[in-house]
Design a protein around this ligand. Structure first.
Ligand code: ACO
Ligand code: KIV
Ligand code: MG
Length: 511
C-alpha cells in the first residue's frame, strides 16, 4: 500500500477538479490521452472522475481504469452509499483503485448545505469510510472546506475517519481562503493533535481564489503533508487549483527544502502536457503563467536581455529545457537594447563588421515604437534597407527591366554598381527570376548555386511586400540572403545580392 514517509505523492486531479471548469468537459478518449501523458509524467495518483455524476463520467473512469496501469486511479464520491457503489463499479478493472469520499467540515457547510450538526456529519463521514472500505483498501477522505473549519472539530473528524480505515486524509482549502501561515498551522495542528495521524498520509488540496493555492500547498508540505493535489496549468473550479508544474518546479528548484528527491516527475514533459491540456480543454494558458506561460522564459527589456545573453542565470532561476521548452526567448521591443539587437542580427547571419550598430539601433527604435514587437521579418526588412545603404565595396542593383509572358522568352536587363562603377548586362532564363540572376552573374563573372529559394508575403494580399529568402552556395560555403520588394523579381534579385555581398565584400576589399 502506498505510504512511504520518504515520498511526496503527486495526486493529479486535472480530469476531475480540472474538468469542473465550464466548457472544459472531455470525452473518454480525450481523458485517456491526457491520462497516458500524466502516467508518463510520473504522477502517483490520477483522479479520473466522479462516477455517479453522469453515465459519461462513469464510463471514463471504467476505461481509464483499464488503460492506465501504473498510477493509482481514484474516483470521487459524496459520503453516501449510492456514490460509493457507483465508484466501486467504475473502478472494477483498476490495478490500483482508490475511493475518495468525504463531506463538508466547516460550520458554514454543516449548517447551510446539510442543515445538520457537527456530530451527525462526523457520523456520516465515518459511515462512508467504513462502507467504502468493504470494497477498496485505499480510501482517501476529504474534509470539504477544511480551510474554514474549526481545527479542534477537524481533528476529531480526521481521527475518526482514520480509525474507520482512511489511508489518506485530504484537508482541502476548498474556497482558497487560507493564508500560507494559517494553512500550514492547520496541518501542523492535525499532525500534533490527531492520535493516529501517522497511519494516514495527509493530503493538501488548495484552491486559488486569492492566488495562494501553490503557496498554501507548500506550507502544508512543510508542516507534515505527504501528498499534493494539483492540476496541469492550475485549472479547476473557479480560480482553479494548485498548479502541478508550479509545485514540482518549486520542489526541484529549492533543493534545500529536501523534497526534490521525494517526487518522481519527468519535468521535461511539463510544457508539452500543458499545451495538450490547454488545447483539449479549451483553456488558454495566460502568457505570464509561471513555468508554462508563453512569457515564462521570454525576456523583453534591454537590461534583462543583456544580462541573460551574458549569463542566463542572471534572470532565470530555472533552465527552460528542464520543463521541456527549447530555449529562452529574447523578444525585441522598444525596451530592448543594442546587445539584444546584435544577438538577433547575428542569429540571422549578419556580420556585425558590416553594420553600424548605433545607426541601425536608432532605426530599430523608430520601428519598435510603432510595432511593439519586432519579429525576424521586420528585422530582415529593416536590414535589407540598411544593407543597401551601407554597401561600400559590394554589389548594388541600380535598375532592373524584365520582359516575360507566355509568348516570349523571359529576359532581364540589369544595371549594377560594382566598386563605384556601373555595369549593364542582359540575359535570358526559363523565368524572370532566372533571367535576372543570369544577368547579374554575367556582370560578376561567376555562377553560384542557389540551394533554397522561398517567397513569402509579409502581411498577406496581392499588393503586399514580398520577402524572399535564398541560400546561395559559394566555395562550398552557404550564405543566406534576404530581399524585400513589392515586386517579387526585384525581391529575388535583392535576396541574391544580399547573399553575394556577404562573401563579395569580404574577398574584394580595396587594397
Ligand atoms: C468541492 C468539490 O469540488 S466537490 C465536487 C464537485 N463536483 C460536482 O459537483 C460534479 C458532479 N456533481 C453532479 O453530477 C451532481 O451534483 C450530483 C450527481 C453529485 C448530485 O446531483 P443531485 O442529486 O441532483 O444534487 P445536487 O447536485 O443538486 O445537490 C447536491 C446534494 O448532495 C449533497 N451533498 C453535497 N456534498 C455532499 C457530500 N460530500 N456528502 C454527502 N452529500 C453531499 C447536498 O447536500 C445536496 O443534497 P440534498 O439534495 O439533500 O440537498
Ligand atoms: C472534493 C474536494 C476534495 C474538493 O475538490 C475540494 O474541497 O476543493
Ligand atoms: Mg477542489
Amino acid at each position: 500500500m502506498l505510504h512511504d514517509p520518504n515520498r511526496i505523492y503527486i495526486f493529479d486531479t486535472t480530469l476531475r477538479d480540472g474538468e469542473q471548469v465550464p466548457g472544459s468537459q472531455l470525452t473518454t478518449p480525450e481523458k485517456i490521452i491526457i491520462a497516458e501523458q500524466l502516467q508518463s509524467l510520473g504522477v502517483d495518483i490520477i483522479e479520473a472522475g466522479f462516477p455517479i455524476s453522469s453515465p459519461g463520467d462513469f464510463q471514463s473512469v471504467v476505461e481509464l481504469s483499464k488503460a492506465i496501469r501504473e498510477p493509482i486511479i481514484c474516483a470521487l464520491t459524496r459520503a453516501n452509499k449510492g456514490d460509493i457503489d457507483s465508484a466501486v463499479a467504475a473502478l472494477k478493472h483498476a490495478a490500483r483503485p482508490r475511493i475518495h469520499t468525504g463531506i463538508g467540515s466547516s460550520d458554514m457547510h454543516i449548517q447551510y448545505k446539510f442543515n445538520s450538526t457537527r456530530e451527525k456529519i462526523l457520523e456520516r463521514a465515518v459511515e462512508a469510510v467504513k462502507y467504502a472500505k468493504q470494497f477498496v483498501e485505499d480510501i482517501e477522505f476529504y474534509a470539504e472546506d477544511a480551510g474554514r473549519a474549526d481545527n479542534v472539530y477537524l481533528a476529531q473528524m480526521i481521527e475518526a475517519v482514520i480509525a474507520a480505515g482512511a489511508t489518506v486524509v485530504n484537508i482541502p482549502d476548498t474556497n482558497g481562503y487560507c493564508l500560507p501561515e494559517t494553512y500550514g498551522a492547520k496541518i501542523r495542528f492535525l499532525k500534533e493533535n490527531v492520535k493516529n495521524i501517522d497511519q494516514a498520509v495527509i493530503s493538501v488540496h488548495c484552491h486559488n481564489d486569492l492566488g495562494l493555492a501553490t503557496a498554501n500547498s507548500i506550507a502544508g508540505l512543510q508542516n507534515g503533508a505527504g501528498q499534493i493535489e494539483c492540476t496541469i496549468n492550475g485549472i479547476g473550479e473557479r480560480a482553479g487549483n494548485t498548479s502541478l508544474e508550479e509545485v514540482v518546479m518549486i520542489l526541484n528548484t529549492h533543493k534545500g527544502l529536501g523534497y526534490h528527491d521525494k517526487i518522481n516527475i519527468n519535468t521535461k514533459k511539463l510544457y508539452p502536457l500543458s499545451g495538450m491540456v490547454s488545447r483539449m480543454m479549451r483553456m488558454p494558458v495566460q502568457a505570464n503563467k509561471a513555468i508554462v506561460g508563453r512569457n515564462a522564459f521570454a525576456h523583453s527589456s534591454g537590461i534583462h536581455q543583456d544580462g541573460v545573453l551574458k549569463h542566463r542565470e542572471t534572470y532565470e532561476i530555472m533552465n527552460p529545457e528542464d520543463v521541456g521548452i527549447d530555449q529562452s526567448e529574447i523578444i525585441l521591443t522598444a525596451r530592448s537594447g543594442r546587445h539584444a539587437l546584435k544577438h538577433h542580427l547575428e542569429r540571422l547571419g549578419y556580420s556585425m563588421e558590416r553594420i553600424d550598430l548605433d545607426q541601425t539601433y536608432q532605426r530599430f527604435l523608430t520601428l519598435a515604437d510603432e510595432k511593439k514587437e519586432i519579429k525576424d521579418d521586420d528585422l530582415l526588412q529593416l536590414m535589407g534597407e540598411d544593407i543597401e545603404s551601407s554597401i561600400k565595396n559590394g554589389v548594388k542593383i541600380n535598375s532592373l527591366q524584365v520582359t516575360c509572358g507566355d509568348q516570349t522568352q523571359p529576359q532581364a536587363t540589369v544595371k549594377l554598381s560594382l566598386k563605384g562603377e556601373e555595369h549593364e548586362a542582359t540575359a535570358v532564363g526559363n523565368g524572370p527570376v532566372s533571367a535576372t540572376i543570369h544577368a547579374i552573374e554575367s556582370i560578376l563573372g561567376q555562377t553560384n548555386e542557389i540551394k533554397e529559394f522561398n517567397i513569402h508575403s509579409i502581411h498577406g494580399g496581392s499588393d503586399d511586400i514580398s520577402k524572399v529568402d535564398m541560400r546561395v552556395i559559394h566555395d562550398d560555403k552557404s550564405y543566406m540572403g534576404y530581399g524585400f520588394s513589392t515586386d517579387i523579381v526585384r525581391a529575388s534579385a535583392n535576396a541574391y545580392l544580399d547573399a553575394v555581398n556577404k562573401f563579395y565584400e569580404l574577398v574584394n576589399q580595396p587594397g
